[in-house]
Write a protein that binds this ligand. Structure first.
Ligand code: NAD
Length: 511
């Protein structure tokens, strides 16, 4: 463990990032005219300044402006719309390191993970550029002579994106790159814990939009907390709300959008598990498990939270995990070699302590970690040792997502039992099996009830090419690759009659 950086080091890092991304230093000045939001770094716990926030009225004005921009953008040919995301991707590539610095300061990610997040944005821009020439409909034979029957896809309208703190910009780009080529405008309510990274990403998009001649106000940002998100959720001009965050948030947002018959795409909490079988390559499984469970300080929606190990190898495997955990260096993500950074705030730390207490009361034994470190140096920052807890079975605490690095371990005797334990939680995002047996792998892929099921790789670290999302309380949404573009468009079925007659379908006679 090394000393934490000074306030000045963090401020310098942030200033470099913001100015390179074209965000004015005025972004961090209190505004007399509007509400204000504090900005903070979890690395030191220090206040970074105050950001002028939206009011419900200014948020509604931005939605109205986006609606106007949509009216123009929808008529631009899709391959031409692709030029906007192409340019955005180029600018993100040119400023990858600087945008990553803002992510590190605000979300506490290591530079490598922060740069990976920006790379994901670049990747989805490339993907969306290709997609702009592939917004395919189908043509099918009509049952009537002299008729053509086809399905076509059209821009949807204003898309509202709500994002979480732990992927402050990548998830936004998954939605935005596809929505823009689909012909939509995008209004974004980023996490109140990561507004500066959002401003950096948006500033680069605004620059790309100006360069390619896209309409103004095509992608405004709403700054604020839940109340400002709520304005967007209730606004009937927002055709689709794509919301990423906790299950609690989804429970609040989902019914409101449904009540106005809006479309909703939910990407909510996970409670991800990995099964380790006796045939697994143990070294590979160990690395996969430790990265997925302790990486990003347990603050990924895909973080590994439950380990289901065969009883014949459990003691040995858990000893190896504990030994690997003891080698993880915890501290400021700005320091070389640090693998575990801070929790986002005190609330996360409290939630972790309370889950550990509950686990113990349910018969769990903490094998390692759980304690706070570096508190004397920085009482307002919250660093913890990732915890491994042996559980007597899958108890109540294991059915909730605690957004902190706790890995619960249970054992199984046959694969059916492992699968039953695996699926017996309310969430269904990501899952993994470590095995060398084809039959075990195939059975797992058929039976895991998650949106993501992996073999011989951990639960976290998805690529943009495959659709991303989960089942059950994770919300059922899919974003990013393959067919996800359809969520941002509306489908129409067209029948064209060139016969000169008017035959009715199903042979119906009338007049
Ligand atoms: P959060 O639910 O506290 O907040 C997420 C976003 O929702 C924020 O922008 C917040 O302002 C907004 N919000 C909250 N309540 C709202 C309401 N009633 N109306 C409108 N907006 C509202 O989540 P968080 O702490 O920022 O992020 C962590 C959570 O996000 C974890 O549960 C994690 O699993 C989940 N997550 C899921 C995915 C995924 O793709 N499935 C990805 C990242 C994070």
């Amino acid at each position: 463990m090394t000393a934490l950086p000074t306030d000045q080091t963090i401020t310098d890092l942030l200033t470099e990032g913001l100015s390179a991304c074209g965000v004015s230093a005025d972004a961090l000045k209190e505004s007399a005219a509007s509400a204000n939001l504090p900005a903070r770094s979890p690395i030191t716990g220090q206040d970074l300044g105050t950001i002028a926030a939206d009011t419900p009225d200014s948020a509604a004005d931005k939605i109205a402006a986006a609606q106007q921009a949509f009216e123009a953008w929808r008529d631009v040919p899709a391959p031409v719309r692709g030029q906007l995301v192409q340019r955005w991707g180029q600018l993100l590539g040119e400023h990858k390191e600087e945008l990553a610095k803002i992510i590190t300061v605000e979300a506490g990610k290591t530079p490598s993970e922060a740069a990976g997040e920006v790379q994901e944005m670049i990747d989805i821009c490339e993907f969306a550029l290709g997609q702009s020439r592939q917004l395919w409909g189908k043509t099918m034979p009509s049952e009537r002579p002299g008729h053509r029957l086809m399905e076509t896809w059209h821009p949807l309208g204003v898309v509202g994106v709500i994002s979480a703190f732990n992927f402050p910009v990548a998830v936004y780009s998954w939605n935005t790159a596809l929505a823009l080529v689909a012909g939509d405008a995008v209004v974004w309510k980023p996490s109140e814990n990561a507004v500066l990274a959002a401003l950096g990403a948006q500033s680069l998009l605004a620059r790309a939009a100006a360069e390619v001649g896209a309409p103004e106000n095509l992608a405004p940002v709403l700054i604020g907390g839940r109340d400002i998100g709520d304005v967007m959720v209730r606004d009937g001009r927002v055709a689709l709300v794509s919301a990423t965050g906790s299950v609690r948030m989804g429970r609040e947002v989902g019914p409101v959008v449904a009540a106005r018959f809006g479309r909703i795409l939910l990407e909510l909490g996970g409670n991800n598990a990995a099964i380790v079988t006796p045939s697994a390559d143990i070294d590979l499984a160990l690395r996969g498990v430790v990265f997925a469970a302790a990486g990003t300080a347990g603050q990924r929606c895909t973080t590994l939270r439950r380990l289901i190990v065969h009883e014949s190898i459990a003691d040995d495997f858990v000893d190896k995990v504990v030994a690997a955990y003891r080698t993880l260096s915890i501290g400021s993500p700005t320091d070389d070699g640090v693998l575990v950074g801070p929790l986002i705030n005190e609330g996360s730390y409290e939630a972790m302590q309370s889950a550990l207490k509950q686990a113990e009361s349910e018969g769990g034994k903490v094998r390692c970690g759980g304690g706070r470190v570096l508190a004397d140096e920085r009482p307002d920052a919250h660093y913890v040792e990732p915890a491994v807890v042996r559980m007597p079975g899958q108890t109540a605490v294991m059915k909730d997502e605690t957004f902190a690095p706790i890995l619960y371990v249970v054992t199984y005797s046959d694969l059916d039992e492992a699968l039953e334990i695996h699926n017996d939680v309310p969430q269904g995002l990501s899952s993994a099996i470590f095995t060398s047996e084809l039959a075990e792998s195939e059975r797992f892929l058929a039976r895991s009830d998650c949106g993501i099921a992996n073999v011989n790789i951990g639960t976290s670290g998805a690529e943009i090419g495959g659709a991303f999302g989960g089942e059950k309380e994770t919300g059922g949404g899919r974003e990013s690759g393959t067919d996800s573009w359809k969520a941002y468009m509306r489908q129409a079925t067209n029948t064209i009659n060139y016969s000169g007659e008017l035959p009715l379908a199903q042979g119906v006679e009338f007049l």
